[in-house]
Design a protein around this ligand. Structure first.
Ligand code: TRP
Length: 456
């Protein structure tokens, strides 16, 4: 085998390009929109601790495994799984993991695009000063006006899908590398500014307490599942997104180091978002469990009060939309790469078809906030069901399969060569975690929800 193996879809220029792209994929709506609202719904501190534990013991080992498999296979996840399984003397059916990933990516992107559309729709009002001295009721009505109108939601959803497909059609490497280099630091700076504002909001201590002081009586089996599902979601794991980014990683880059860097950056962004939002929630007597509208009903209050708020507010929603954009790209790349590899169709065409299908499915989410808001399955709207299925079931199952594949199915020598860790002890730690701790943890969380065994 040649020393310089490369994917037909190209390769990152270097390790840093991968870190930026993977961070771009990881940091998105999951950190700024979803993390605060599910933390609010699941009671705060205890949920955050479980989430952090899941990142450390499940997320990071699986991320390393997923990048490793990707770089080893150098193809779309479906073909990577099949080829790697075959070359390791195993069943080609492991490619099913790639298929379930494509499906999960399709589900997630369909609603992700609708929510990203909310961020897009806030850019203009923020800049035009609509949030100046706005009250909590005022922002609630701005938000409700938006989500109650299918037409507006469709316009913004369509715009976001077009933006996403335009980048994917040009190839992930083009443009993305450059965009992320400036975007991530800018987003980080804006979050710090918001945390600074929150510190002076009068309720910072209360917000921080909610986020970090655990009250385990508030933790249910389902919250533990949501925390674990979110660890996968926020790190973009379990569906092949990080696998395909790994397939563009140069051979000499250290997989473990890069993965840990990405996971830490992602976690810091989520915690900063929480620290910015909850003090505002308490200072304005808002509901912590407000649901998906949480950040859209809190942050505008902060922008409306701070000096230069129109400018910073506009910048923030631009950044949020861009962060969503760099994440959305990775949700669809595995499917597009597969279409190119196996069907020989052009990248542009693959994007068009897949984008259209995703856009259509997204209409379900659009309507779940208005005309279908009463249509529920097990008490969940279309959007909630899709998110639950993809984030809490498909991603953890995909992650479990990735963990099992990397340490029980692939030969240890292949894995050792691919990871090329200088430190044997680090390799042993990763191997042990991935072989025992991670799978057992995922299975326990599942069983606990199903109610077969009760932890508490
Ligand atoms: N991690 C992204 C976020 O937090 C979302 C995302 C991008 C994702 N690619 C993914 C989630 C792949 C799961 C799988 O916003």
């Amino acid at each position: 085998m040649a020393i310089h193996r490369e994917s037909i879809h190209g390769q990152w220029s270097n390790r840093w390009a991968f870190i930026l792209a993977a961070t771009g994929s990881a940091v998105g709506l999951g950190n700024i929109w979803k993390f605060p609202y599910i933390t609010g719904e699941n009671g705060g501190g205890a949920f955050v601790i479980v989430y952090l534990l899941c990142i450390a013991t499940i997320g990071i080992p699986i991320m390393i495994a997923e990048v490793m498999i990707g770089r080893h296979g150098r193809k779309s996840p479906i073909n990577t799984m099949r080829d790697t399984a075959v070359s390791e003397g195993r069943s080609p059916h492991w490619q099913l993991l790639g298929w379930s990933g494509v499906l999960a990516g399709f589900f997630i992107l369909s609603y992700y695009s609708v929510i990203a559309g909310w961020a897009l729709s806030y850019i203009y009002p923020a800049g035009a000063g609509s949030f100046n001295s706005v009250t909590a009721d005022g922002v609630a009505s701005i938000f409700n006006n938006l989500v109650s109108s299918p037409e507006s939601l469709i316009v913004w959803h369509s715009l976001f899908m077009i933006m996403t497909m335009a980048v994917v059609a040009r190839g992930v490497k083009e443009g993305l590398e450059k965009a992320v280099r400036y975007l991530m630091p800018a987003l980080f700076a804006l979050l710090l500014l918001l945390v600074g504002y929150a510190m002076n909001s009068g309720a910072f201590a209360e917000g921080a307490k909610f986020l970090f002081e655990p009250d385990f009586s508030k933790l249910t089996a389902n919250s533990v599942l949501v925390a674990m599902g979110h660890a996968f979601f926020t790190l973009s794991l379990g569906m092949g997104a990080i696998m395909i980014y790994g397939s563009y990683l140069p051979q000499d880059a250290s997989i473990a180091k890069t993965s840990i860097t990405v996971a830490i950056a992602d976690t810091v962004v989520a915690l900063l978002a929480g620290l910015a939002i909850f003090p505002i929630v308490f200072a304005n007597q808002l509901e912590t469990a407000a649901g998906p509208g949480l950040i859209f009903q809190t942050l505008p209050i902060a922008f409306g009060q701070m000096p230069g708020g129109s400018f910073f507010g506009m910048l923030f929603f631009i950044m949020l939309a861009l962060a969503a954009w760099t994440s959305a790209i990775s949700l669809i790349e595995p499917a597009v790469a597969w279409l190119i590899e196996n069907k020989g169709i052009s990248r542009a065409r693959a994007c068009m078809w897949f984008g259209l299908a995703t856009w259509l499915l997204g209409l379900g989410t659009v309507f779940s906030f208005n005309i279908w808001s009463e249509v529920t399955l097990f008490g969940k709207t279309f959007f909630e069901s899709l998110d639950y299925l993809a984030s809490n079931i498909m991603l953890p199952l995909g992650g479990l399969a990735i963990a099992i594949f990397s340490v029980w199915i692939m030969h240890t020598q292949t894995v050792r060569n691919e990871l090329a860790m200088k430190n044997e002890f680090s390799f042993k730690v990763w191997h042990f975690l991935t072989r025992y701790v991670t799978p057992v943890a995922v299975i326990i969380v599942f069983l606990n929800v199903v109610g077969i065994i009760k932890l508490s």
